[in-house]
Design a protein around this ligand. Structure first.
Ligand code: ASP
Length: 409
């Protein structure tokens, strides 16, 4: 019998990981089988994420520089920019509207009272983050010494510097052709290494999922079941119905064909809960499986991994309405509009790392006067919810790259 393809191996690994995790879940931490298994799973899972992160920064840097340089040669840069940013904004807005409508209709949290969670909130102090402060902080993070940004793995600042460098390479033309070809070859090398890292993906993904499922706070998930169902339901609706429909509408690509090509990245996003760590895999799926031109994917995908987060935007808005219900505040239309806007901004500003959305959510809550400490209630279930929203975040990036490629042609 021939060996299953890597794509299939990753799927099997995910199912196995979840199955084993369920087997372990509920067992006491000290049980003789659980502790060593979790220890090993943790080491393997972390190693896999480390390998992805190792290659992430050189990949982002080179792919954006080379992408911009190649696009400018075709004089399409302006259209790519406009189409990409418009599609990012459109899909995030749809996601927020979906999350808010479902929350307003089903009212999760109504009938409960915030004092029920007093013990969870005790000792938790949310870092204050008012809107103007958040905005200033975000702007300040854009332009950073590139060497510091590269060394610290600051993805957003690397993206910005690479954009500027890419444009400079084009303006300089022939004069800088050696640097451009150096970057081009480095990009090829990084993608080659990504190919090697992916051979370990089945192990990494199984290990991450075992740990994730085995250590879930099931009691809290049950208490907040209605909220969880609303968030999961709407996130799935966005990822399984709306995004694929938009894709089909613009490009005539069937959802099944898309999912087959995108599967490696979607499962990696689910297991790592990090758009950034998944980025090397997303690039690989976009260029090699979904056949997006490298210059388009090289621009859209890294930018999307840092600013385009449909799942996060949806979650931030739904969570704000949930907390409003908990504290018994009815938000009027203007306040709902403020939630809509701030949820989008918070998602754009959230870095692609696990639970980043929880940090920027403080701003959404404060913008309408909700207590930021209430985030403590959501923290225990966040790792579980983060899986799905990160998957949809990554799906949005790949879909945008396909849409842009079609619309720009
Ligand atoms: N984990 C998400 C991501 O990496 C961000 C978040 O919503 O927490 O895309």
């Amino acid at each position: 019998m021939s060996k299953p393809s890597l794509n299939t191996q990753i799927l099997i690994a995910a199912v196995l990981g979840i199955g084993l995790g369920l087997l372990f879940s509920g067992k006491p931490e000290s049980s003789p089988l659980l502790a060593p298994s979790l220890y090993v799973a943790n080491i393997i899972g972390t190693l896999f994420i480390d390998l992805l992160k190792m290659i992430l920064i050189p990949l982002v840097f080179c792919s954006i520089c080379v992408g911009i340089a190649n696009l400018r040669q075709h004089q399409q840069m302006h259209r790519v920019w406009v189409t990409t940013l418009s599609f990012f904004a459109l899909t995030m807005a749809i996601a927020v509207i979906l999350g808010m409508s479902a929350s307003l209709y089903f009212k999760p949290g109504a009938g409960m009272h915030i004092t029920m969670f007093q013990s969870a909130m005790q000792g938790f102090e949310a870092k204050q983050m008012a809107m103007p402060e958040f905005f200033a902080h975000f702007l300040h993070g854009l332009f950073v010494n590139p060497f510091a940004a590269l060394a610290q793995g600051d993805v957003l600042a690397v993206v910005i510097f690479a954009l500027i460098l890419g444009i400079t390479l084009v303006v300089g033309g022939e004069r800088y052709k050696n640097i451009l070809s150096l970057l081009q070859e480095t990009l090829e090398i990084t993608m080659h290494i990504v190919g090697w890292v992916m051979r370990l993906a089945p192990f990494g993904i199984a290990a991450l999922l075992i740990k994730l499922v085995a250590t879930q706070d099931v009691a809290m998930l049950n208490t907040l079941a209605k909220f969880v169902v609303v968030v999961v339901g709407t996130t799935l609706m966005h990822g399984v119905v709306i995004l694929p429909m938009l894709l089909y509408f613009v490009t005539k690509t069937s959802p099944l064909r898309f999912w087959r090509g995108a599967r490696e990245a979607l499962i990696t996003a689910f297991a790592t809960s990090s758009s950034s760590a998944t980025l090397p895999v997303t690039m690989r799926c976009a260029t090699q499986h979904l056949h997006v031109k490298p210059e388009i994917a090289g621009f859209v995908v890294p930018l999307g991994a840092t600013i385009n987060m449909d799942g996060t935007a949806l979650y931030e808005a739904a969570a704000a309405l949930f907390i409003a219900n908990l504290v018994g505040i009815e938000l009027n239309f203007t306040q709902q509009l403020v939630v809509f806007m701030t949820a989008m901004i918070a998602a754009i500003g959230a870095p692609g790392i696990p639970s980043a959305g929880m940090v920027t959510m403080v701003m959404v809550l404060q913008s309408v006067g909700l207590p930021a400490e209430a985030i403590a209630i959501l923290l225990p279930i966040d790792r579980a919810l983060d899986t799905l929203r990160t998957t949809v975040n990554v799906e949005g990036d790949m879909i945008t790259s396909l849409v842009v490629q079609k619309l720009v042609k």
